[in-house]
Design a protein around this ligand. Structure first.
Ligand code: SF4
Length: 238
């Protein structure tokens, strides 16, 4: 493949990139971070930007033209790289990370703690909403399955209907299928339901979903994260 013409400075950086997982920060001539990415092999990933650009879209070609300097941070795994990337993007808001700016890329499991009867849901949106978040996860399908499993196991409310139901309304099929305690029918008090949710959260905290994320429970930008066992990395304060 024909390499793109690059400065001696950049070539020197490309020559020293390690073939290890980590995040890379691309800067323009003014020293502003314009893109943050993650890679299993920094060496392969970062070098690929400077190969003949036939496979690159317009945005990537513009990015490559602007790169004047590259820094990187080594981490222990792909998952750690994902978390670090997310936090670096939140912190620096690089202009070429448009896709990531609203966090939609990362799957989470949220507990809607501000509702009278909290639900456990799959989401890609982190918000300052008082919900409790688990994740992010590397496998969206596994996270969705976990949400279904927990809801069925603990018989939690999955609908957004107001409780109690109006006289003419009926519970959904989940009640007939014994997958919901029937909060809408007043068959469980808020206190009893809260206990179920508490048990579900405990269960979720101990589960590994795909590649297991992190240890412990912590605050990140005012949002709660409950993170399961496995890694040394915790979300950074943003
Ligand atoms: S049984 Fe009632 S509370 Fe449960 S999910 Fe269905 S409508 Fe909602």
């Amino acid at each position: 493949m024909v390499p793109v013409k690059i400065s001696e400075h950049l070539q020197g950086i490309l020559d020293t990139l390690p073939a290890k997982p980590g995040c890379y920060l691309m800067k323009n001539a003014e020293g502003t971070i314009i893109y943050v990415g993650k890679a299993i092999s920094l060496k392969n990933r970062v070098r690929s930007y400077f190969h003949a650009d036939t496979g690159h879209d317009q945005k990537t070609r513009r990015l490559v033209r602007e790169i004047a300097h590259i820094e990187w941070i080594l981490v222990g795994s792909e998952l750690e790289a994902l978390i670090l990337e997310m936090n670096l993007i939140k912190k620096h808001r690089p202009k070429y990370n448009i896709r990531l700016k609203d966090d939609k890329r990362y799957p989470y499991i949220a507990v809607t703690m501000t509702e009278d009867y909290p639900r456990i849901i799959f989401t890609r949106k982190l918000q300052w909403d008082g919900f409790k978040y688990f994740g992010p996860y590397t496998d969206a399908g596994a996270a969705r399955n976990m949400v279904s499993l927990i809801n069925a196991l603990f018989k939690l409310k999955t609908c957004r209907r107001d409780i109690p139901l109006k006289p003419h309304e009926r519970p959904c099929l989940n009640y007939q299928m014994k997958k919901c305690m029937g909060a809408c029918l007043g068959l469980i008090t808020r206190e009893e339901y809260a206990e179920l949710v508490g048990n579900a959260v405990k269960f979720l905290s101990r589960r590994r979903i795909s590649s297991p994320p992190f240890q412990g429970e912590g605050r990140c930008s005012g949002m709660f994260f409950s993170l399961s066992t496995g890694s040394r990395v915790r979300p950074m304060a943003i």
